[in-house]
Structure formats: structure tokens, C-alpha cells
Design a protein around this ligand. Structure first.
Ligand code: COA
Length: 322
């Protein structure tokens, strides 16, 4: 049996920081409201950098931790909703940037905030089937480019960044299982209503903004994430106490707390980055994972539950023996 194991993690946040106090200057909100309702205190903003720029730094850091060179990579799967271009894919651009010649496949996965878990699941299947031996899995976003800075219900929530992991074929258990779901009936609750083949004028006129009915999305997210925790543990015949760390998508501290409660998990065992980073969509889970690996909280051999919910609706989880 071949497994895929995470052998390196990397993350990158752009330099510019936008605090809640900064937001108070141009939108009708307060630091107190944002902290109390979301747990967010600041977010990073990519001023001139693209998703690929952020991804490259995160990817190089993951490779360095694993002791691998770019030419060892035979697959890149990148989750993003804010690609550099319509095409080539951001994964293709990243492959070129890393200088990989005659590489294997590189492609993007679009599953909004669940993008990293979807990308990880796809790459895991390539490795388990023997097609890939060394796969780079990335979440990279410039969400602030999609913000309507007059909409206080959304513009206070999101930030930019990138995270990456290197997956290598191994005889030792690594990714234990992944679980992906989509329910396409909820476009009206969370979308960016401007694209290429529909509403392209919104894109061209610079009003293709992220729109969300926050309250309804919140309720769906809490219920759905509660269910996927059970599904993941049942599939592995594990109980809640077998999980060492919850590494959740970072949208709102209250959603994270509700999922932790469902797992009977004290918040000390939950990796939380939302206060400093906001919601970085597909980048949030690999960024959180990288933070807790580098500061020594997450140790080899521990069991991690990764879970995400996002536009689509999409949701998913991965149970990982690190
Ligand atoms: N500052 C001050 N007031 C704000 C505000 C802000 N930034 N944003 C909204 N409000 C106001 C609303 O206008 C509303 O006022 P009203 O009662 O006078 O109409 C009030 O606060 C309550 O709004 P509501 O949307 O019900 O608040 P909430 O408690 O649901 O919190 C979110 C809003 C967006 C923080 C929350 O719903 C959320 O986090 N949703 C899910 C987000 C998410 O996970 N999205 C991505 C999925 S990946």
C-alpha cells in the first residue's frame, strides 16, 4: 500500500497589514464589532503581488523543509478563486516560475474556501495510485481584489496569502482519508457574480465583487462542518479523542469554536490564525498548518483533522497522520 505523506509545509503573507482600525477610517464599522463577531484583528494585503507570486514563496519554503528541489516535483495542484489569469492556470505559472522542465501535470482546482482540501484530495489520489511521487499542493489567494470596500458585511473578513505542502509517496501512513462534497444550489448565498462567459461586463467595469448573505452562510457552515467531522471519524473508525489537532479553515472564530465543541476539543488543540490573517480562502488551512508545524505545536505522528467550507457550496475534510 502506498500512502502520501506531508514532508514539508510553507506559508507566505504579504507585507502590508490592514488593521480593523485602518478599516474604521473608510467603512462604517468598529474594531470592537469585527473582533466580537469574527475574531479578526487584521489581515494582509497583496498590493502588487499576484497569487502566483505568493504561491512561489510558500512552495519554495515547503520544498526547503522537505529537503527537495523543484525538479523533484512531478505534480502541482493549486487551489485558488483568484487566479493570476484566465489561463495559463496559476499552477502552470508556478511550475514555470519554479523552473521545472518536462514536469508532470500542473493544474488549478476551484472550490472557493475549500480549494486546498479539494487540491489535497486530488493530489493524494495521484500519489496513492502511483502516478505521482512528489506533489506540491498549494492554496494561494488575493481575496482583497474581490472586495467591495463599501460593503462592511464582507470587506472586513478577507485577506491575502498562500500556503503549501509537499506530499511524497511513502510506505508509512500519511493522509488517512479525504472527504469532499458540493451542493450547487446555493449560488445566491455566496458568489462573485462576474466571469468570462456570464456577466463579463461586471468584471470589465471593476464591479465583480464577492457578495455574501453572511448570516445564512454562517448557519450552513456550522451545521455542515459538524456533519463532516462525524463522517471523517466514522470512515476511519476513530473517535473524537483520537484527533490531536483541529486545523480548520479560518473564516470566523465562532464557526471554529462550534466545530471544536462538536469534537469535544479544547481550543488549545485548535490552530487559530484568523485573528492575524482574516479569511484567506484556499490558503487558510495550509497557512495554519505551517504556522503550527514551525512553532513546534504539531509533532510528527500526531493526527490532524483539516476541514473547510466555502462557496459552491463546497466542503471537505482530510484526516492526516502527520
Ligand atoms: N461592522 C458593523 N456592523 C456590521 C458589519 C461591520 N463590519 N457587518 C455587518 N454589520 C451589521 C449588519 O448591517 C447588521 O445590522 P442590522 O441588524 O442593523 O441590519 C448587524 O451587523 C448584524 O448583521 P449579521 O450579518 O446578522 O451579523 P452576523 O452576526 O451574522 O455576522 C458575519 C456577520 C459576516 C461576520 C457572519 O455572518 C459570518 O461570519 N458569516 C459567515 C462567513 C463565512 O464563513 N464566509 C465564508 C465561508 S468560507
Amino acid at each position: 500500500m502506498i500512502y502520501s505523506r506531508i514532508t514539508g509545509t510553507g506559508g507566505y503573507l504579504p507585507e502590508k497589514v490592514l488593521t480593523n482600525k485602518d478599516l474604521e477610517k473608510f467603512v462604517d464599522t468598529t474594531d470592537e464589532w469585527i473582533v466580537e463577531r469574527t475574531g479578526i484583528r487584521q489581515r494582509h494585503v497583496a498590493e502588487t503581488q499576484s497569487a502566483c507570486d505568493l504561491a512561489e514563496i510558500a512552495a519554495r519554503r515547503a520544498l526547503e523543509m522537505a529537503g527537495k528541489a523543484p525538479e523533484d516535483v512531478d505534480l502541482i495542484v493549486l487551489g485558488t478563486s483568484t487566479p493570476d489569469l484566465v489561463f495559463p492556470s496559476t499552477a502552470s505559472l508556478l511550475q514555470g516560475r519554479l523552473g521545472i522542465k518536462n514536469g508532470g501535470a500542473a493544474f488549478d482546482v476551484q472550490a472557493a474556501c475549500s480549494g486546498f482540501v479539494f487540491a489535497l484530495s486530488v493530489a493524494d489520489k495521484f500519489v496513492k495510485s502511483g502516478v505521482s511521487k512528489c506533489a506540491l499542493v498549494v492554496g494561494a489567494e488575493t481575496m482583497t481584489r474581490l472586495m467591495d470596500w463599501n460593503d462592511r458585511g464582507t470587506c472586513v473578513l478577507f485577506g491575502d496569502g498562500a500556503g503549501a505542502v509537499l506530499l511524497e509517496a511513502s510506505e508509512e501512513a500519511g493522509i488517512l482519508s479525504t472527504h469532499l462534497h458540493t451542493d450547487g444550489a446555493y449560488e445566491h448565498l455566496l458568489n462573485v457574480a462576474g466571469g468570462i462567459s456570464r456577466n463579463s461586463e461586471a468584471l470589465l467595469e471593476g464591479r465583480a465583487f464577492l457578495q455574501m448573505k453572511g448570516n445564512e452562510v454562517f448557519r450552513m457552515a456550522v451545521n455542515t462542518l459538524g456533519r463532516i467531522v462525524d463522517e471523517t471519524l466514522d470512515a476511519n473508525q476513530m473517535s473524537k479523542s483520537d484527533v490531536d489537532w483541529l486545523v480548520p479553515h479560518q473564516a470566523n472564530i465562532r464557526i471554529i469554536q462550534a466545530t471544536a465543541k462538536k469534537l469535544d476539543m479544547p481550543m488549545e488543540r485548535v490552530v487559530v490564525t484568523v485573528a492575524d490573517q482574516g479569511n484567506t480562502s484556499a490558503a487558510s488551512i495550509p497557512l495554519a498548518l505551517d504556522t503550527a508545524v514551525r512553532d513546534g505545536r504539531i509533532q510528527r505522528g500526531e493526527v490532524l483533522l483539516l476541514e473547510a467550507f466555502g462557496g459552491g457550496f463546497t466542503w471537505g475534510s482530510a484526516l492526516v497522520k502527520f
